[in-house]
Design a protein around this ligand. Structure first.
Ligand code: PEP
Ligand code: MN
Length: 272
C-alpha cells in the first residue's frame, strides 16, 4: 500500500477531544473511552433514564441510533430527527457528549448541529460520497468496519475522510462475516493490533455487534482492552429484554457497571 496520511510514519498518533462546549469533553487516545446506550432511541423517558444511569456509573459518551439501518424495511426505522433532539436534550441534562449514526449525506445538516460525534455505520463504510462529506466537517467521526471489508478497504475508507481535512477519525471494529454463525459476527481483534502497530488513528471495539450475544459482551470487551484498543462502544439499556432493536446483544446497566469496574482495574495493570 502507498504511504497514507493514516500511516504512523506520516505524523504523530492522532488524539483529540470529543464534545461541544456545553458537555464534559472526553479525550480519546489516552484513557479508555466507554461509549454506551441503546441500539435505537425509543422515547424520551427511556432515553432520559438510560442516560442518567450511564452517567452515574461513569460512562463517558452516550450512544443511540435515530436513523437506523435495518435489514428489513418493516423493522423499526428509528425516530429520525426527533430521536436526534431527544439525544441532545438528555445528553445536555447530564453534560455528556453523544454519538449517533448518519446514514445519508442529506442528513448531515440536520444531525451535525446537535451531535458531538457522528457514526458511519458498517453498511455505509463503502459510501465514498458520505465519507467525503464528513471529511469536510470539524467533528469526530466513528468509522465502523464494513461487515465484509478487508482491513485495507477499511483503512482506505478512513483515508477518504482524512484526505478531505478531518483527522478526527476513530476506527471501530464491529466484527466481520465469516462461515461461523454461532455468533452474529466474528470479532476480529487482529485488526486492533494491526492498527495500533502501524496506524495513527484511535481504534475502539463494538463487542455488541461483534458477538450478537449479551453473555459474551463482557468477556470480549476485556479481551479488546487487553489487545490495546482505545475504548469500547457497547449497547446497554435499563430493560435490555424490552429494547426495540438488538435486545439479544444488549446488556443491563448493572452488567455494564461490573464491566466498567473490571476495565478500570485492567487499566491500572496495563499502565494506561
Ligand atoms: C449500530 O451501532 O447501531 C449499528 C447499526 O452498527 P453496525 O453499523 O456496526 O451494524
Ligand atoms: Mn444495534
Amino acid at each position: 500500500m502507498t504511504k497514507l496520511l493514516i500511516d504512523k510514519t506520516s505524523g504523530e498518533d492522532i488524539k483529540f477531544t470529543i464534545g461541544k462546549d456545553d458537555v464534559e469533553k472526553v479525550a480519546i487516545g489516552d484513557k479508555k473511552v466507554i461509549i454506551s446506550g441503546p441500539c435505537s432511541v425509543e422515547d424520551i423517558d427511556t432515553m432520559r433514564s438510560i442516560c442518567k444511569r450511564l452517567k452515574e456509573i461513569g460512562v463517558h459518551i452516550l450512544r443511540g441510533g435515530a436513523f437506523k439501518p435495518r435489514t428489513s424495511p418493516y423493522d423499526f426505522q428509528g425516530l429520525g430527527e426527533e430521536g436526534v433532539k431527544i439525544l441532545h436534550e438528555v445528553s445536555r441534562e447530564n453534560k455528556m457528549p453523544f454519538v449517533t449514526e448518519v446514514m445519508d449525506a442529506r442528513h448531515i445538516e440536520l444531525i451535525e448541529p446537535y451531535a458531538d460525534m457522528l457514526q458511519i455505520g458498517s453498511r455505509n463504510m463503502y459510501n465514498y460520497t458520505l465519507l467525503k462529506e464528513v471529511g469536510k466537517l470539524d467533528i469526530p467521526i466513528i468509522l465502523k468496519r464494513g461487515m465484509s471489508a478487508t482491513l485495507s478497504e477499511w483503512l482506505l475508507a478512513a483515508e477518504y475522510i482524512l484526505k478531505e481535512g478531518n483527522e478526527k477519525v476513530i476506527m471501530c471494529e464491529r466484527g466481520i462475516r465469516t462461515f461461523e454463525n454461532y455468533t452474529r459476527n466474528t470479532l476480529d481483534l487482529n485488526s486492533v493490533a494491526v492498527i495500533k502497530n502501524k496506524y495513527r488513528l484511535p481504534v475502539i471495539v463494538d463487542p455488541s455487534h461483534g458477538t450478537g450475544l449479551r453473555e459474551l459482551v463482557s468477556t470480549m470487551s476485556l479481551s479488546a482492552i487487553a489487545t490495546g484498543c482505545d475504548g469500547l462502544i457497547i449497547e446497554s439499556h435499563t430493560h435490555p429484554d424490552n429494547a426495540v432493536s438488538d435486545a439479544r446483544q444488549t446488556i443491563s446497566i448493572e452488567t455494564l457497571k461490573d464491566l466498567n469496574d473490571k476495565i478500570k482495574l485492567m487499566e491500572t495493570i496495563l499502565g494506561n
